[in-house]
Design a binder for this molecule. Sequence first.
Ligand SMILES: NC(=O)C1=CN([C@@H]2O[C@H](COP(=O)(O)OP(=O)(O)OC[C@H]3O[C@@H](n4cnc5c(N)ncnc54)[C@H](OP(=O)(O)O)[C@@H]3O)[C@@H](O)[C@H]2O)C=CC1
Ligand SMILES: O=C(O)CCC(=O)C(=O)O
Length: 409
Amino acid sequence: MQAFEATSHYFDQAAKLLGLSENIRTLLVTPDREVRVEVVIELDSGQIGNFIGYRVQHDNARGPFKGGLRYHPHVDQDEARSLASLMTWKTALVDLPFGGAKGGINCDPTKLSRAETERLTRRFTEKIHDMIGPVKDIPAPDMGTDAQVMAWIMNEYGKFAGFTPACVTGKPVELHGSPGREAATGYGVAIITREILGRLGRTIGGSTFAIQGYGNVGSYTTRFLAEQGAKIVAVSDAYGAVFNREGLDVAELDRHVAIARKIVGFKGGEATTNEQLLTMPVDVLIPAALGGVFDKTLAEAVQAKLIVEAANSPTWPEADEVFNARGIPVVPDILANAGGVIVSYFEWVQNLQNFRWPLEQVQREEERRLVDAFHEMYDIAHRKNITMRTAAFYRAISRVGRAHALAGI
Ligand SMILES: NC(=O)C1=CN([C@@H]2O[C@H](COP(=O)(O)OP(=O)(O)OC[C@H]3O[C@@H](n4cnc5c(N)ncnc54)[C@H](OP(=O)(O)O)[C@@H]3O)[C@@H](O)[C@H]2O)C=CC1
Ligand SMILES: O=C(O)CCC(=O)C(=O)O
């Protein structure tokens, strides 16, 4: 099974409950537009570098296409299609006036110099500039991209359209970005974790956590949970993991990562592996790295009592069935990591109005939207006796379906 098939499987589980006709199902599942571009740049060595970039625009019934750009060796058309579809359901679930899109470039960003990354980003923007823009499609950061990449996109797009900060979100705060966007996804994961633990009669302070991935999402999630008294017993990155039964000192870990650029070598815990991290006996397991992490075998070995999907698509459908059968609740990606796109929405609004919000307002509004969406989803799941994932898709599909019905063909 490939990524888009997995996302469509989750869609179908909810679509059945909604009784959608086959035609409406096809309308909602099929991406609106898919673009594949060749991106050729000069490498620092003087050689030619050939890369392939993608942008998939899935659905825009509720507003402009919206979603991140990923720079990673796994990026391909199917992954972009799957992630674009997830964005449609994510923006609908938290009721943002956006549709869904995703894209990226198949490359290894760790092997590119800053100058090469800039040239790659500018050339890619040049290739897709006519399909993006503040009322068409608004990219944002995802794996392997950051505020600097967004700044280059804004600058390059401006060469075609004039000064247009709202063409992209997740920009540096000094360059029309929003306070709180960089931390927004992890901040939201911590809020959602607090809410689900509350529904289960537990607290962050009384729980142990293992977190896979220590990039933007994983590291901010870890910090916000630690601030609330969480015992973080293990974290990892692509090179390995570190474990401390008594809880890691997160401030010390951050000092180590700032210098070493990786978790490996941190003296405040024992070295371990990503595989061991994923099967540790913790209260909460948070995948915050790649997709496709949990297959059936791994799901059977997981010992966590709760999973909060900070990453997009970490769970294959067969693993989802195992978690369900084993009574391990899974908070789905389209809600757990929606804090990022919520604050992207605030950034877009600020850019359109040329007006800066303070951080407190951004965080307050982000929290309100996430808490409302969480309890709405949780109550649907409880009432209909379905998983939180199916409840999330159910709510999102009904909003997108209604928008299509009202707009007409
Ligand atoms: N950025 C955002 O606002 C949003 C991101 N997401 C999702 O969150 C996830 C993480 O994104 P983000 O934090 O932005 O990405 P980053 O590129 O900032 O960080 C990715 C992290 O994953 C680690 N990693 C990569 N491969 C592995 C592996 N095989 N095992 C363990 N860790 C690994 C990386 O390690 P290393 O540093 O060593 O390479 C890094 O710590 C993705 O699924 C993304 O789609 C969802 C919503 C919004
Ligand atoms: O901030 C955004 O627009 C999208 C972030 C993203 O790519 C995601 O939520 O997966």
